[in-house]
Design a protein around this ligand. Structure first.
Ligand SMILES: *Cc1c(COP(=O)(O)O)cnc(C)c1O
Ligand code: SF4
Length: 369
């Protein structure tokens, strides 16, 4: 068995085992069960090893450790926060643009990030007949000849093995109108051993292809992650990165600037800084739009033009991503905004003050003593 497959099969999937492994106190069993039912838990040992045991508010821990606050709901939660279900012409495809689509090729991830906006559509929950769904999706891609770029997403496409990926790519390459492929993945962050020489070869042969990674914090750029990014880059694969703005993880200009600089020196271009979507369960991570905008203004001073990510929000109703800058975003009242979609439609967006939640670190054993 390849290293990464073994690591995945050994990853912790019970909330209390993950908490114990990091020296934290466990949750009552009913809470632990409710958590796994709301969103599966999976954390590879590698990602746990990045946690600094001396930091009670560790940004790595916050991203992977299940916390009881995920069960809280807020009035402004949105079940289909980004409108993907509304914009799915056939199962497995999300289309918000004429010439590019998302193809959902996997329903699992190398780790389940606690802030994930896809949690209600449930990576980690079994999806029946993924193969069937994909064949419908391929028929759609074959007849929609205006589609020029296919974005492989999920879940995480790199949970597929190399052979399945190779087959998928070769099916896509048979469609002459598809000019570009993109792979959105968090595997280089949460399980860098997934980037094997044979995977690099599959991706190299699939060019023109972009890989979009998902680093949220500079400490995720471990020596191993750096090595594997370098393998991809040396194979000539262009690398972009998207980051989600997360409270307690990277909501400071120092952290964001340092992340972008580190990425730039590795040949990875910061692409998007996503405002956190209002998916139920992500309440603990939300940064207010007002604070997000102030952070982004400060970030502009700290980065070269080619290293500044775009600060965006995938707006509700399936209307697509917008740049969170005037004139697309306009304050109406404290905590209430008007957003304008690329096609000129407006939506009112409630963005309440950041909830004052007890955070994970208050449960660390050290603090309880
Ligand atoms: C984000 C997204 C894309 C890609 O948009 P880019 O701006 O090209 O990165 C494509 N389709 C959907 C449905 C998306 O949400
Ligand atoms: S890897 Fe992406 S899709 Fe999977 S849980 Fe993390 S954020 Fe969600």
């Amino acid at each position: 068995m390849q290293d990464w497959k073994r690591a995945l099969s050994q990853a912790h999937t019970h909330p209390n085992r993950v908490l114990e492994a990091t020296g934290r106190s466990t949750l009552p069993e009913p809470t632990a069960r409710a958590l796994t039912q709301s969103f599966a838990v999976r954390v590879p040992d590698y990602y746990l090893s990045l946690i600094d045991p001396n930091d009670p508010a560790d940004p790595i821990a916050l991203q992977c450790l299940p916390q009881a606050e995920e069960l809280l709901t807020f009035d402004t939660d949105l079940l289909d926060a980004v409108g993907d279900e509304l914009r799915s012409p056939v199962p497995g495809i999300v289309r918000k643009h004429e010439n590019r689509v998302i193809l959902l090729v996997s329903n699992t991830c190398t780790m389940y990030c606690r802030f994930c906006f896809r949690r209600p559509v449930a990576p980690g929950h079994a999806v029946e007949g993924l193969r069937d769904k994909l064949s419908q999706a391929f028929d759609y891609l074959a007849r929609e000849t205006r589609i020029q770029e296919v974005i492989l997403s999920g879940g995480d496409p790199l949970t597929l093995d190399d052979e399945s990926l190779k087959q998928l790519v070769s099916q896509l390459k048979q469609l002459p109108h598809i000019r570009l492929l993109r792979v959105h993945t968090r595997a280089p962050v949460t399980l860098p051993t997934r980037v094997t020489p044979s995977l690099v070869e599959v991706l190299r042969e699939a060019q023109p292809l972009y890989v979009v990674t998902h680093f949220n914090h500079p400490r995720e750029l471990s020596p191993l992650a750096r090595e594997r990014l370098t393998w991809l880059r040396e194979a000539g694969i262009p690398l972009l990165n998207q980051t989600v703005l997360l409270r307690g993880v990277n909501d400071s200009v120092e952290t964001l600037a340092s992340l972008c600089w580190e990425l730039l020196t590795l040949g990875v271009t910061p692409y998007y800084l996503h405002h956190c979507d209002r998916t139920p369960g992500t309440g603990p991570f939300r940064v207010s739009l007002a604070r997000g905008q102030a952070l982004f203004q400060a970030l502009k001073q700290r980065l070269p033009g080619h290293g500044l990510p775009r600060y965006t929000l995938d707006i509700p109703g399936g209307l697509g991503k917008i740049s969170l800058e005037p004139p697309y975003v306009r304050p109406l009242a404290p905590g209430l905004w008007e957003l304008t979609s690329p096609s000129g439609e407006t939506v009112t967006y409630p963005d309440e003050d950041e909830p004052d939640l007890p955070f994970l670190h208050t449960r660390s054993r050290e603090l309880e003593r």
